[in-house]
Design a protein around this ligand. Sequence first.
Ligand code: ZN
Length: 235
Amino acid sequence: MKGDFFRIKKHLEIFFARCVKGRHLSCELDYKNRMERVIGMSIRKRRVEMGQVLIFSLILLGVLSTYGGAFAADVGRERAVDEALEKAIIQAQKTMREDLGGPFGAAIIDVDGTVLCVASNTVLGDHDPTAHAEINAIRLAAEIKGTHDLSGMVIYATGYPCPMCLAAIIWANITEAVYGCRPEDAEEIGFRDDFIYRFIESGRSDSLILSIEEYGRDRCLELFDEYAELNKIIY
Ligand SMILES: [Zn+2]
């Protein structure tokens, strides 16, 4: 009887020992699986976070390069316009004090943002009614560059360009003009800028200011046709 008791006890001990060991093993496996899951999740989460950081950085870089570049360009342009303004005023003061022309100066800013040239009104000195500051500046810039095409350049004028200069600016392919005084400011001191603008705006119908008539069209068309047939440069 006593022998049976010890045998049963022994079996029970072995049985419980196996159970504990099994549980321990299953716990270890469970722990390992869970750890792997946690590590896997952590790695995936880290990857997602790093991806988000990378995307955010790229967006930030894009925004900074776009607005930063635009800001730098704006600052550079403002500086160039300031320099053009100062130089145009100094040049205008010089020629007007020498009685060569009116108080008008102009400067042309090159495509690289530097002031290419400066000129002023020399109508009186040159006995040339077209020698306005803008015209003189355009002629100077074209001579320096060796081309009639001033695309990409900016013109600064101390006064709003008169119709002649406005057209000359467009002919030169300059698409940006900055001015100081307004046409009415020029009229205030006796110049006719505003007067010419009103004439154009009214349809050029006032023959007392200017009479315009057509004559000899057929003869002149022959000239035009000859140019077209020669395939010459159109500007
Ligand atoms: Zn003008």
